[in-house]
Write a protein that binds this ligand. Sequence first.
Ligand code: FAD
Length: 330
Amino acid sequence: MGKTTFASEALNCSAPDTGNMEVLNLYGSEPIKQAWLAPLLEGEIRSAFCMTEPDSASSDATNIELRIERDGDDYVLNGRKWFSSGALAERCQVFIVMGKTNPKASAHLQQSMVVVPKDAPGVTIGRIPTVFGYLDRGGHPEVIFSDVRVPVDNLLGEEGGGFAISQARLGPGRIHHCMRALGAAERALEHMVRRSLERTTFGTLVAQKGLIQDWIAEARIDIDMAREYVLRTAYLMDTVGNKAAATEISGIKVAVPNVALKVIDRAIQVYGAAGVTQFTPLAELYAHIRTLRIADGPDEVHKMTIARREIRKYAPDFRMYATPSPGAQS
Ligand SMILES: Cc1cc2nc3c(=O)[nH]c(=O)nc-3n(C[C@H](O)[C@H](O)[C@H](O)COP(=O)(O)OP(=O)(O)OC[C@H]3O[C@@H](n4cnc5c(N)ncnc54)[C@H](O)[C@@H]3O)c2cc1C
C-alpha cells in the first residue's frame, strides 16, 4: 500500500484513522462506539487526531496546553491545535482531542482525551500548512477550539488518562507508518533500476556503472533488513504486547524512514533532473517520508527512549535528568 500514496485510504487502513479506531475501540463508551467507531469501520467517515499544538513543544506530550474544563454535564474546550492530519477532508467528521483537564495533577495525569464532532459550535479551521509545498490529502490544518462544548460522556477512558492513551495509540500507528515506508522504498528502488537501464552516459548504461550497482545492492540490503526488523516488531507486538515491544517500535520508527529516505534520495539522483519534478513519484515520496522523521515522535525522542532502556539494563536507577523536570519521564 505504501507504493501508492492513496492506497491505504482506499482500503480504510490509513493514518490517522487506524490509530483513532483502536482508541475508540479500547476506550470509548458503547454510545461513542456506535456513533463514531461503526461508521469509521464502514469507511463512511474519516477522523483526525488533535494532539500537536503550534505554541507548545508537542514532542513532549506533557506540554500540551489546550484546556478541557468541566462545566456541569459538559466539557468546555479552549485552545489551538495544528497538524491535525486529514481534518480538511469532507468525509472527516470527528476529532479525538487531547487537552489538560487538571493542570495541578502530576505531569502524566494532567491530560485527557475527548471526542469532538467536527461540526461542534466553536470549532474553526485556521492556517493550512503545506508540506514542502505539497498540500496532502485532507491537509494538516490548524484547528481552533473556542468554548467548544461536548457532553462528559465523550471522555475516552478516565479523566487524567490522556497521556497513557496517547502512548497506547502511537505504537500501532507507528508500525503502520513503517510498513508503508517500506512500500515507498521498494517503489523508489524499482524506479532507480528501471531508469538506470534506460540511460547511457560516457559509453555505458547507467546500470553498468559500479557505483550505481553499489547503490542498487545497498538499497536491496537495507530494505530487506528494515523489513525483517518490522516483521520482528510486529511479532513481538502480537506475542508480548505493545508495551514490552516499545524499544523495537521506537527502533523501527527511526530506522525505516531513514532507510526509505536514503533509497528515494539515490533514486532521485539516478533520475537526474526529472527526479525532482512532478513527472516521477519520487519527489512526493521524499517529501512524505521526510515528515515521518518528525511525525509520531521525532527520531531524537525515540532514540532517547531506546537509550534509557538500554542504560537501565546496567544502571536500573539511572535518571535522564539531573533534577526531575515537570515533563520528564525521569
Ligand atoms: C506530516 C505531519 C503529520 C502530522 N500529523 C499529526 C496528527 O495527525 N496529529 C497530531 O497531533 N500531530 C501530528 N503531527 C505532529 C507531530 O507529531 C509533531 O510535529 C511532533 O510530535 C513534534 O512536535 P513539535 O512539532 O511540536 O516539535 P518540538 O516538540 O518543538 O520538537 C522540535 C525538535 O526538538 C528536538 N527534540 C525534542 N526532544 C528532543 C530530545 N529529547 N533530544 C534531542 N532532541 C529533541 C527534535 O529534533 C524535534 O524535532 C504531524 C506532523 C507532520 C510533519
